[in-house]
Write a protein that binds this ligand. Structure first.
Ligand code: GLP
Length: 241
């Protein structure tokens, strides 16, 4: 079931999402956090860093697993998700580097997928944070991805590359492929926290919550997750029934 919490704007969404994370980290310092990239979680990450600095909330015993990574970008490229996560979150927390996992590019893609599945099989994710693509994707699981998928390589849709082009000098520089945690793996998280903001997410949010559960809308898989909370601002909630 998807519990919908509608808030006024991006800042309120970030603050509410932070409350959810803080409660988990406080109750269980050795929690496993599933993390996401994109513009949407940045405000939440800023709240986490501020709280760590001001209140000493520690992540020294926490573990993190990220959803996805581009293929074809060096790890130290500023737009790799490895760089994004270190810049926006990890560098501001006390989490040991050895407790951080992201899917990785490599010569042998199948081996990289298998390696990440082993990592995911060994952990129980306490909360998986998600954003949503304007086409309803979660992680980089594009429309048509089977709901029982594990880590896999994806060809990114043109619309996804267009959406993400703002981070690159030109559309030609946006990678065409990525490696992503599958929907089946995301569904195993104890709790899912999806954040969405802005009018360009309104169709995807409505399809996820009110639409049929269909592989055309990857996020609609969450309709059968036992504990999903959607924190959505008014603009992104505007097409909800
Ligand atoms: C990317 C990421 C997704 C993210 C989506 C939305 O495609 N792989 O995990 O949810 O973008 O990003 P934004 O929050 O910038 O709209």
């Amino acid at each position: 079931m998807i519990k919908v919490v509608t808030v006024k704007d991006y800042d309120e969404m970030s603050a509410k999402a932070f409350e959810v994370i803080k409660e988990i980290v406080t109750a269980k310092p050795d929690c496993v956090l599933g993390l996401a990239t994109g513009s949407t979680p940045i405000g939440l990450y800023q709240n986490m860093v501020r709280d760590h600095e001001e209140n000493g909330t520690s992540y020294s015993n926490a573990r993190t697993v990220n959803l996805d990574e581009y293929l074809g970008l060096p790890k130290d490229h500023p737009e790799s998700y490895y760089s994004f996560m270190h810049r926006n979150l990890f560098s501001g927390l006390d989490i040991p580097e050895t407790s951080i996992s992201l899917p990785e590019d490599g010569e042998d893609k199948a081996a990289q997928c298998e390696k990440y599945d082993k990592i995911m099989d060994a952990v129980e994710v306490d909360v998986q944070l998600l954003g949503i693509g304007s086409n309803g994707h979660i992680g980089f699981n594009e429309p048509g991805t089977p709901f029982d998928s594990k880590t896999h390589v994806v060809d990114l849709n043109d619309s996804t590359r267009q959406d993400n082009a703002r981070f690159f000098d030109s559309i030609d520089e946006v990678p065409t492929q990525a490696i992503t945690m599958g929907i089946g793996t995301i569904m195993k998280a104890k709790k899912v926290l999806l954040v969405a903001s802005g009018a360009n997410k309104a169709d995807a949010v409505a399809a996820m919550v009110n639409g049929p559960k269909s592989e055309n809308t990857p996020a609609s898989a969450l309709q059968s997750h036992p504990d999903t909370i959607l924190i959505v601002d008014e603009a992104a909630a505007s097409k909800l029934a």
